[in-house]
Structures are given as C-alpha cells and as structure tokens.
Design a protein around this ligand. Structure first.
Ligand SMILES: Nc1ncnc2c1ncn2[C@@H]1O[C@H](COP(=O)(O)OP(=O)(O)OP(=O)(O)O)[C@@H](O)[C@H]1O
Ligand SMILES: [Mg+2]
Length: 110
C-alpha cells in the first residue's frame, strides 16, 4: 500500500540577510497512511509549524521532499488543509466550524 503522505529527509534552514543561519527543522522522515490521526509533539521552536507549513506547501524544505500519494508537493493545494495557530482563525466560530470553513466554501455537505 502506498502512503498517503510521505515526509522524506525534510529539513529547513532559514538564512537572515546578514547571513545568520537558523536550523528550524532537522531532517525528519515519517509517513501518514489514509485515516491515520497523527500528533506532532515537541518543545517550542523545535520546528512543528515549519514542518506543517512545508506539508501545506507554504514553505520550501532545504532538503528532502514531501509526497502526497506519490506526487511531490510543490505548493499549496486544495488537497491539503491547514488551520493556523492563531490570527487566521475566526474567533466567533468553534474549532469544528473553523476546520469546516474551507469545506463549506467548496459546497460540501455536513
Ligand atoms: N521565517 C523564519 N525565519 C527565521 N527563523 C524562523 C522562521 N520561522 C521559524 N523560525 C525559527 O525556526 C525555529 C522553529 O520554529 P517553529 O515556528 O517551526 O517552531 P514550533 O515548534 O512551531 O514552535 P511553537 O511550539 O512555539 O509553535 C524557531 O527557532 C523559529 O524562531
Ligand atoms: Mg508552532
């Protein structure tokens, strides 16, 4: 069976204009199969959001690649959804309503 989502050797280094390098994410490998429910745990600054942004296609990895059903992720797409940590949530909606917002906009039934 092919993995739905494969994270292969994905890492990210940010470089500032003055040349300072920040290793935001060390190389990581894992796979998420269809219907898996995965939690990423780690201390603040270990690279969780960076990894999610790479999977969402909002950020490029410095090394490695993300495959979705065998196809490399090279940008954002409607085949992946992301609920951001704070300021892009609708505070008047519940967690479930925030998660369903994009699906509702696409006209999917409850
Ligand atoms: N655009 C960026 N430019 C430079 N450094 C960055 C950038 N984005 C993140 N970092 C740094 O990369 C590291 C990982 O950040 P990240 O936001 O992925 O951590 P996190 O695990 O999501 O933390 P938290 O639990 O606080 O949300 C941190 O040291 C952060 O300061
Ligand atoms: Mg974060």
């Amino acid at each position: 069976m092919t993995d739905q989502l494969a994270i292969q050797g994905v890492s990210r280094v940010f470089e500032s204009p003055n040349g300072q390098r920040t290793q935001a994410l060390q190389p990581i490998d894992f796979a998420v199969a269809s219907n898996d429910f995965v939690t990423i745990l780690g201390p603040s600054g270990c690279g969780k959001s960076t990894l999610l942004r790479i999977v969402a296609g909002l950020e490029r990895p410095s090394t490695g690649q993300v495959l979705l059903d065998g196809t490399p992720v090279d940008g954002p797409g409607a085949d992946r959804g992301m609920v951001f940590q704070s300021y892009t949530l609708f505070p008047w909606l519940t967690v479930a309503q925030n998660i369903c917002f994009g699906l509702r906009e696409r006209g999917l039934p409850e």
